[in-house]
Write a protein that binds this ligand. Sequence first.
Ligand SMILES: Nc1nc2c(ncn2[C@@H]2O[C@H](COP(=O)(O)OP(=O)(O)OP(=O)(O)O)[C@@H](O)[C@H]2O)c(=O)[nH]1
Ligand SMILES: [Mg+2]
Length: 401
Amino acid sequence: MGMQIGIVGKPNVGKSTFFNAATDAHAEIANYPFTTIDANRGVMYVSTICPCKEFNVTCTPHNSKCINGTRFVPIEAIDVAGLVPDACKGKGLGNKFLDDLRQAHALIHIIDASGSTDAEGNPCGIASNDPLDDVDFLENEINQWLFGIIKKSWDAIARKCEAEGKKIKVMLAEKLTGLGINEYHISKTIKVLNLNKDKPSKWTDNELLGFTNNLRKLSKPMLIAFNKCDIISEEQKSKLNEIKNKGYIVVPTSAESELALTNASKKGLIEYKPGSNDFKILKEEELSEKQLKALDYIKTNVLKKYGSTGIQKCIEEAVKMLDLIVVYPVEDETHLTDKEGRILPDAHFMPRGSTAKDLAYKVHTDLGDNFIRAIDARTQRVIGSDHELKDCDVIRIVADS
Ligand SMILES: Nc1nc2c(ncn2[C@@H]2O[C@H](COP(=O)(O)OP(=O)(O)OP(=O)(O)O)[C@@H](O)[C@H]2O)c(=O)[nH]1
Ligand SMILES: [Mg+2]
């Protein structure tokens, strides 16, 4: 399965707007809470250097795109229902949103930096809600949810560990694998917090909560999109640093501006490249005065002030946080083609540390099960199943058929 990034937050902060701006999807957007009920899934693209120039070939991408030697690699985005305080006790849509995020590898937490939505997502006057509270509340809700899952089976797991001499990390990883939590996350957390791994029954609830919090940070790292930055005052801007001081990566964003610019660009009205700090008006005669005014507002209050709308930056930061590499599987290491003759067809994100065999499984289960060896197309050398892949590797997998 591919890498996934969850777009989370309380209702009415701009999650679906961000999602639509970052993907090609058309999720519903409206200024009231719980517009989104069922999760929306779409594909975002992250730019990286395509190996086509280095290999001196003209590539024919299949799962991705290449523009002038820049490869756009896909990663899945999930836009979920908003979360309100006490969702873990069933308020709002309860934990539905969390269940949709079980497999997310990282989270982009969208907050309303303008403070114009209350804790339940209802519109209120600008600056009447403190975005710092939203940061704390979401962290707490996810912790409570995860704590609930772990606590439910904790006594049984602890007893079994101690009675049968089983390892806590193995038993717990079995329980939590569906949440994208593995043995590495568990043992690292136990070590960092210096917990007694041989006597889990003696852990207090407080220790278990601390354990949960660390486990969450490690398995679902989160960054903050300081959204609606197009309508905030200088004073509200200072909140950005306060959130940074809590240890978060914070990116100012204006999802609405990005959506307006990409839509205008799709219609050929302007020339705009996502991530850039400017755009060019192409068909002024087709734009109404209102539209021209809106574009000018975006230029002055978003692009010039913040350097971009922040959407692309958010996606890039999320990927950086995950420490991923991009790998290109091929079937012919000389021509760099797949069965259909496409050159450098697929680009896959994989966690750093992934091996040749991991790549085989990523391409197809059969390829993983029947793995014999792999070949590095750059060096033409044979590599084994445990060989650790590097960023931008082009690899042929040889399997028993
Ligand atoms: N000013 C401004 N408004 C925004 C921005 N992003 C979203 N909005 C507005 O915020 C409101 C809510 O947007 P949605 O994208 O539906 O929010 P959501 O978080 O998906 O809401 P739920 O699905 O109800 O949880 C809409 O009126 C958007 O137009 C932004 O960057 N700036
Ligand atoms: Mg929504």
